[in-house]
Design a protein around this ligand. Sequence first.
Ligand code: ADP
Length: 169
Amino acid sequence: MEITLKKGDITQLKVDAIVNAANTSLLGGGGVDGAIHQAAGPELLQECKTLNGCPTGMAKITKGYQLPASYVIHTVGPVWKGGNHKEAELLANAYAHSLKLAEKHQLKSVVFPNISTGVYAFPKEEAARIALQTVKAFANEQSSLEQVIFVCFDEENYKIYDQLIRELD
Ligand code: ADP
């Protein structure tokens, strides 16, 4: 399994699945969630309405509709509340459950945004370490996943990931 880093807009990427940093309602929001719904079109919201939301740390899958990606994996990262509310564990769970769902659907390529590091205010460096560690721990021979991409929308996250990927290699 290859881990790669890109900068830019997740909605433009032609992969098997893009991961959405959603909220527990799964009914859309701002940030990356808003951009994904905007680009996918109203059918995405229609399908999301049938899912009855998603608890923090879990993930659910839908089709990608007008997106170049075939599927959207909606996961819910934790809101940062100072670090003593299981934030790290919940963020790791969000990545791990998204990967499990991708594998269950035999997907080969998945792209993650920097979950929880926008409005949810998770410190970026710690979030990046958790993201990379969780994905690396998941890589195994049986996995259908061939490529996991981290896409950074902001320069700060991009620099953090670039540095960490070098460190961990
Ligand atoms: P959260 O509520 O999980 O913090 P946000 O959407 O506010 O979610 O932010 C999560 C991350 O998504 C942030 O790092 C933000 O820069 C990034 N982001 C926002 N729009 C896009 C986009 N179109 N493509 C990729 N990443 C995006």
